[in-house]
Design a protein around this ligand. Structure first.
Ligand code: CDT
Length: 315
């Protein structure tokens, strides 16, 4: 059987004033723990290197460059790459990316994305994804106690939903794909990965415990429930594993709900974080479990009916 020892490395809060060196030190310790527990891959959250900065308004986005990575690795992120090599462990990292590249008009300019990469133990970036579903708003909203300015700080991802076959540990080549935070709530995003036979979805998130738009229509306890529901359904309906990994705890007075999970292709939670701090959860994943769904009820070639889905495909 194809077995993969998968670790999800939840991060506790990162305060606005905290430097990347402190965070990277915490992450390296989690990688060491992951290695000791036999993990072959470790998944870190969305925007793992800093506080969840889209809660802070900056009038001129050019003054916000310090939140982004200009290159990977950099001096500050190099210890992650060194740890990967030392512990022979692949890692998934969510970060804010500045890229100098052409836009749809062909003009080369500075662009900002909410990005994730999977890095092989040898330091090679094997897969990159840029977040497609950006929640929140673009302008300062005086009605909100806490801003959620992802639409200000990021462009919509332009890489689609790639899946690559990457060598991971003893399992050999594994079909890996990524989603970032809000993407997990969109079945279309999961299906894009499922149609490429994804076996492992790496997914980081930063989700506030309080939904400021709820106005009494979403009970507080449903915040975590909706996150888990989305990930479990995505795994079941696309016959894959996922590591859903949170940034957790109170960042500068704003609470993020944690509850990181690893889910199997039956939609079962096989590991769950219990703290709101740095915490490693590990699961032994038998990738052969992806075969049942893929060859029976979710055999897309046999049973899917795209001709009836015109509204979704825009045809
Ligand atoms: N980071 C992220 O995408 N968070 C969203 C919360 C948005 S609230 C405006 C999420 O879907 O979890």
């Amino acid at each position: 059987s194809r077995r993969l020892t998968l670790a999800a490395a939840q991060l506790g809060p990162i305060q606005k004033a905290e430097g990347r060196d402190v965070v990277v030190g915490r992450m390296v310790r989690l990688m060491e723990t992951a290695h000791k527990r036999g993990a072959e891959v470790v998944v870190f959250p969305e925007l793992a290197l800093t506080t969840f900065f889209p809660r802070w308004y900056e009038e001129d986005i050019n003054n916000a460059d310090h939140w982004y990575e200009q290159s990977l690795p950099s001096n500050e992120t190099a210890p992650l790459f060194e740890a990967a090599r030392k512990f022979n462990i692949g890692f998934h990292l969510g970060y804010a990316e500045i890229a100098h590249e052409a836009d749809e008009t062909g003009e080369v300019r500075k662009r900002h994305f909410n990005t994730a990469v999977y890095v092989h133990p040898n330091g090679e970036v094997v897969l990159k994804y840029r977040k497609v579903h950006l929640p929140g708003h673009r302008e300062f909203d005086p009605k909100r106690k806490v801003q959620h300015l992802e639409k200000r700080y990021f462009e919509v991802g332009n890489l689609g939903f790639p899946v690559v076959r990457a060598p991971i540990g003893q399992a050999g080549p594994v079909n890996i794909g990524m989603l970032i935070c809000n993407d997990r709530r969109w079945p279309e995003a999961w299906r894009e990965l499922g149609l490429q036979q994804v076996e492992l979805v790496m997914l980081g998130y930063n989700t506030p415990s309080i939904n400021q738009d709820a106005k009494g229509f979403e009970a507080h306890h449903l915040r975590v429930e909706h996150s888990h529901l989305s990930i479990r359904a995505g795994c079941y309906q696309n016959a894959c594993f996922a590591a859903g990994v949170a940034k957790a705890g109170v960042e500068d007075g704003c609470e993020l709900f944690g509850h990181s999970i690893i889910v199997n292709p039956q939609g079962e939670i096989v590991a769950q974080a219990t703290s709101w701090d740095d915490e490693l959860i590990v699961a032994d994943c038998n990738l052969d479990q992806c075969v049942l769904g893929r060859t029976t009820i979710f055999n897309f070639a046999a049973h899917r009916r795209p001709e009836a889905y015109g509204r979704i495909t825009g045809q």
